[in-house]
Structure formats: structure tokens, C-alpha cells
Write a protein that binds this ligand. Structure first.
Ligand SMILES: [Fe+2]
Ligand SMILES: [Fe+2]
Length: 221
């Protein structure tokens, strides 16, 4: 687990992340669009969970996970609306209302596809359930690397809101995913390592999408 987090923390896009986030946070409208992007990703995560999870496997923790990710989407959306010059600027999850929103959604789809590929030897319905656990774990690992950098940027710039409560939820989700993987997929760490490269590439692609949206917006100002 530590090696997965270490690899994510030290990969190329992470070194430029504080600078990129400071640039975004210093422009109110760009910051609102980033928050809206994060809200979209939380929402897409929920949508994927609802579609993937079979009733035979769904427990109270599974329902709670969906509810909490929905709450994250709503909270981030409200922060975005509060920050935007006009609420219409972050009305939908379209490209113009987000920063690299399409690439952000693609990140989730790519991680999902890479996890499904790494589970080809397992038959359904267990495969779908393990894909939920494995892809959620990879995304929660990324959240544990991304959100603290963003939270540090918020504190350094004196932002009026915090995402520390969301981060606490994500930490708990990751612990739950690992606990379930230990029980149902003993070689989960090997499988995580097998999809690490694809996850890193998907994250880089998302960060590139965010950077391009920022450059485009700043060129227009
Ligand atoms: Fe979340
Ligand atoms: Fe989560």
C-alpha cells in the first residue's frame, strides 16, 4: 500500500501540481470551474457505482459509500457556485463550466477499464464486484495524494472553505476497500500494481486537460 502511494506522489504531474493549483486558485472563476470538475468526478464515481453494484453484494457500507460520494459532489458544486462570479458559469458539468472536465471523466473510465482488464481471469458476477473494489481503491489512493495538496493550497491562500471532511471520508473509504479486497481478492496488491501505469497515464491526461483549459481561459482574459 505504501509503495502504491509513494509511486503516485512522486510521478511527474504531481511535482507541478502545487503551482498549477495556486494559479487556478488565484483566479476566482477558474477555481470555481475546478471545484465543479471535482464535483463532476464525484458524481461520475457515484453513477458508476450505481450501475456496477449487484444487489447480491450490496451492504449498508455500499449504500453509505454512494451517499457520501453524492454528498461530496453536492458540497463541491455548492462551493463552486459560491465562488463563481455568476452561478451560470458552473451551471452544468459541460466542458465550458469545468476545467478539463471531459479528461477528468475519462480518468475514471480509464481506471475502470484497466482494472477490468486485470481481472480477466475472474468470472462474473464476482468480477464486477472486484472491479468495483479495485477501481475504487485506485481512485481513493489518488484522492489521498491529490486532495491534501489541494487542501494545503486552500489553507495557504486563506480560502473560506476546507475539503478536510471530504478527505477524511476518502480515507475511510480506502480502508473499507482494502478490508474487502483482503477478504475477497488476496492478491489485490499485485493487481493494483498491474494497473498503476494505466492509472498514472490517465491522471497525467486529466492534468494535461486541466492545464490546457487554464491556458485557454487565461489567453482569452
Ligand atoms: Fe469522494
Ligand atoms: Fe470515496
Amino acid at each position: 500500500m505504501k509503495t502504491i502511494l509513494h509511486a503516485m506522489k512522486t510521478q511527474e504531474p504531481m511535482s507541478g501540481l502545487p503551482e498549477l493549483l495556486h494559479c487556478i486558485v488565484s483566479h476566482r472563476d477558474l477555481h470555481a470551474r475546478l471545484l465543479n470538475t471535482l464535483a463532476r468526478m464525484e458524481y461520475v464515481g457515484v453513477r458508476k457505482m450505481v450501475k456496477a453494484r449487484h444487489s447480491d453484494f450490496l451492504t449498508v457500507d455500499g449504500l453509505q459509500h454512494m451517499l457520501e460520494e453524492s454528498a461530496h459532489a453536492l458540497r463541491l458544486k455548492k462551493y463552486a457556485i459560491g465562488l463563481a462570479e455568476s452561478p451560470g458559469q458552473v451551471k452544468t458539468f459541460s466542458s465550458e463550466h469545468t476545467l478539463g472536465g471531459d479528461a477528468g471523466e475519462q480518468y475514471l473510465q480509464d481506471v475502470d477499464a484497466a482494472c477490468a482488464k486485470s481481472l480477466e481471469d475472474i468470472k462474473n458476477p464476482q468480477k464486477t464486484e472486484m472491479n468495483y473494489l479495485l477501481s475504487s481503491a485506485m481512485i481513493e489512493f489518488r484522492a489521498e495524494v491529490f486532495y491534501p495538496v489541494y487542501e494545503a493550497c486552500l489553507r495557504e491562500t486563506g480560502a473560506s472553505f476546507s475539503i478536510s471532511a471530504i478527505l477524511k471520508d476518502e480515507e475511510r473509504h480506502l480502508a473499507q476497500m482494502i478490508q474487502s479486497l483482503e477478504a475477497h481478492c488476496p492478491d489485490w496488491e499485485v493487481r493494483c500494481k498491474a494497473v498503476q501505469q494505466a492509472e498514472a497515464a490517465a491522471f497525467s491526461h486529466w492534468m494535461k486537460g486541466v492545464s490546457e483549459s487554464v491556458e485557454h481561459a487565461l489567453a482569452v482574459i
